[in-house]
Design a protein around this ligand. Structure first.
Ligand code: AMP
Ligand code: ZN
Ligand code: FE
Ligand code: FE
Length: 281
């Protein structure tokens, strides 16, 4: 019987610690019925995932998680059923790659100025299989240098918004992210609204911009947030999604296969997508 799914997973192609093939292996082990790989601002892991998921009986949804400008860059928009060869996505990834790489050197400068030098080369080494270098790789470099015991501590002390090593970077507006996902034939979903400061308050605006769905089932969403998001989804005819946001081993116990989202959510999402395609695409 098809039971559980996971529609929010990161691989080594962004800041996760498992390759797409390793993610598929784990999904097989935990008997998941459908998964989506949603790397930050890149679809470079999709071909490997498509290849390794063949003959497993697991449904695969090509995905992405796009960081946007809102909420200090923490409003993330997930794209599902995207064409990973889309030129819209290629253009976004190119711009993002440049913005991300520039930010690494600026962050390293800032860290040096506060007496915690980290060489950009070490950060690039930590991100050697990634197409989406980011703060988690800087955090890992800081652990390696012995400045902090864990990635989380590096964020809490240095890299989070407002901390001394924080550097902003370019991201698209939510509308641009939604348009890119639609341009690539996908549906756009606001990620983890319950844990992104300020996101709940912006939800009406994002709905007005043409978002298709909300991520309801998420490990750190509280029951009242889940209820609220379901009510909002019903009121505005939005799709409902869910996933673990698993990053492999980088954040303690990996939640892939442990955090359970019912298969019904995936079935309804497929229906939503097919309907939308018939009506608008
Ligand atoms: P970046 O895209 O470089 O800004 O890094 C953002 C990523 O870092 C997020 O997607 C998370 O994976 C991780 N992250 C952001 N804030 C925190 C935090 N406070 N603690 C731990 N990880 C975080
Ligand atoms: Zn991440
Ligand atoms: Fe996110
Ligand atoms: Fe994520």
């Amino acid at each position: 019987m098809k039971r559980y799914i996971d529609l929010h997973i990161h691989s080594t192609n962004s800041d996760g610690s498992w390759t797409p093939a390793e993610i598929v292996k784990r999904a097989v082990k935990y008997e998941l019925a459908a998964i989506a790989i949603t790397d930050h601002d890149t679809v470079s892991g999709i071909p490997e995932a498509l290849e390794s998921i063949q003959n497993t009986g697991i449904d695969f949804v090509p995905g992405i998680e796009i960081s946007t400008k809102w909420c200090h860059g923490r409003m993330h928009i997930l794209g599902y059923f995207i064409d990973h060869n889309s030129s819209y996505l290629a253009e976004l990834s190119k711009k993002m790659k440049q913005a991300r790489e520039e930010r690494i050197t600026r962050t390293c400068d800032k860290l040096a100025a506060i007496g915690k030098p980290v060489s950009p080369e070490l950060v690039f080494e930590m991100a050697k299989n990634s197409s989406s270098i980011g703060r988690p790789h800087i955090a890992n470099a800081m652990v390696k240098m012995g400045y902090v015991p864990t990635l989380q501590r590096a964020f809490d002390l240095y890299l989070s918004y407002g901390k001394p090593g924080y550097v902003p970077r370019w991201s698209p507006e939510p509308k641009e992210a939604i348009d890119i996902i639609h341009g690539a034939g996908g549906i756009a979903v606001v990620a983890h609204c319950g844990v992104t400061e300020g996101c709940m308050e912006q939800l009406d605006k994002v709905i007005a911009l043409g978002i298709d769905g909300v991520e309801v089932y998420y490990p750190s969403h509280k029951p009242h947030q889940i209820e609220k998001l379901i009510a909002i989804a019903k009121e505005h005819n939005l799709a409902i999604t869910g996933g673990s946001d698993c990053h492999g081993m980088t954040r303690g116990e990996p939640l892939l296969g442990i955090y359970k989202v019912p298969y019904k959510i995936y079935e309804n999402l497929v229906k939503f997508y097919k309907n939308k395609k018939v009506n608008t695409m």
